[in-house]
Design a protein around this ligand. Structure first.
Ligand code: TYM
Length: 327
């Protein structure tokens, strides 16, 4: 049987967070059982304002971090979106099979345009079409993402099904792969909000390159409640989040976490959690420092990914162009 294809991506808008980390760990696991394609979504990042030097640095940092976390360029295809022009080409084609009403209804578009009234660019509106093009270009069956991307994957399925209905089978119809544990890691300061790279309150977010000292400080300051009882409950958003982070880092179930902490207090929870995060991130940081210090070698890996991705993308776009009747 043909190995199924996994595709996913992350934007180079800064150092990945603890929220991203759960998904990235899943990417590493999937490499052994699937044909995996992982992309640095630099085209997507232009929907918010980018300084060219910072974007370049963030892109290289992120690529090096993906390898440090455990993505293996010999097992998976790892590449930059902007190196493969077929993403933009397919986006145009799919735009012509997408209603603007569908795009205006997307939650992320509504949220981001409310948050950033000064930069509601059309890239922000067609962002889900570019995402669909990413996935469909590689005929992905499975897309491992966090919960915030669920609507975008559903949108991608809709376009694939619509296109296949008009032209006959052309695209694989993908499914999202969302882990229950860590599907949405929340802000440490406002646990009703997603943990995000762009949160102005630095105490809300743990970054993959944070020092042990910063990790301890941020976890110690994390919002809890006054009960001092460690369990999941609807009104215990802060504790739910810390337990979820523990499960995501340790790969254990929610039941196990509750059992493990049954006799402990909030201070124990925070100490243990900070230690676990630091141990994991320290290993990644050591590898990262080594990889990032040899830019020539890093570019070799980048070029390898680009070559492999190009072979697939060129073949696929040819087939799509033939299907729609381009002479
Ligand atoms: P991005 O860069 O925002 O996030 C990368 C991945 O991390 C997940 N994630 C989270 N998961 C749990 N808790 C959080 N707080 C949290 N924050 C982020 C995201 O769900 C995502 O899986 N549009 C995408 C990138 C993209 C893409 C694609 C993804 C471009 N093309 C094609 C899949 C398929 C994005 O901005 O992810």
């Amino acid at each position: 049987m043909l190995k199924r294809c996994v595709f996913s991506a992350i934007q180079p808008t800064g150092i990945p967070t603890l929220g991203n980390y759960g998904v990235l760990k899943k990417w590493v696991d999937l490499q052994n059982d699937y044909n995996c394609v992982f992309m640095v979504a630099d085209l997507h990042s232009l929907t918010s304002k980018q300084d060219p030097d910072v974007l370049k640095k963030n892109s290289l940092d992120l690529f090096a971090l993906l390898i440090s976390i455990g993505l293996d360029p010999n097992k998976s295809i790892i590449y930059f979106q902007s190196h493969i022009s077929q993403h933009a080409e397919l986006t145009w084609i799919l735009n012509c099979y997408t209603g603007i009403g569908e795009l205006f209804r997307m939650t992320q578009f509504k949220e981001k345009s409310k948050k950033n009234k000064k930069n509601i660019n059309s890239g922000l509106l067609v962002y889900p079409v570019l995402m669909a093009a990413d996935i469909l270009l590689f005929d992905a069956n499975l897309v491992p993402v966090g919960k915030d991307q669920k609507q975008h994957i559903e949108f991608c399925r809709d376009i694939a099904i619509r296109f296949n209905k008009i032209f006959g089978p052309c695209f694989e119809v993908p499914n999202e792969l969302i882990q229950i544990v860590g599907e949405k890691i929340m802000s440490l300061q406002e646990p009703n909000k997603k943990m995000s790279k762009s949160d102005p309150n630095l105490n809300s977010t743990i970054f993959l390159l944070d020092s042990e000292r910063d990790i301890i400080k941020k976890i110690k300051r994390a919002v809890t409640d006054s009960e001092n009882i460690i369990k999941f409950a609807e009104n215990k958003l802060g504790i739910n989040n810390l337990l979820n982070i523990f499960c995501s880092i340790k790969n254990v179930s929610l039941n196990y976490a509750e059992f493990f902490f049954r006799d402990k207090n909030y201070s124990d929870l925070k100490n243990i959690l900070a230690e676990e995060i630091s141990i994991n991130f320290n290993i990644i940081q050591e590898k990262y420092n080594k990889i990032r210090s040899d830019e020539d070698k890093l570019y070799q890996v980048i070029n390898l990914g680009c070559k492999k991705a190009k072979l697939i993308a060129e073949k696929k776009i040819k087939k799509i162009k033939k299907t729609i009747g381009f002479a």
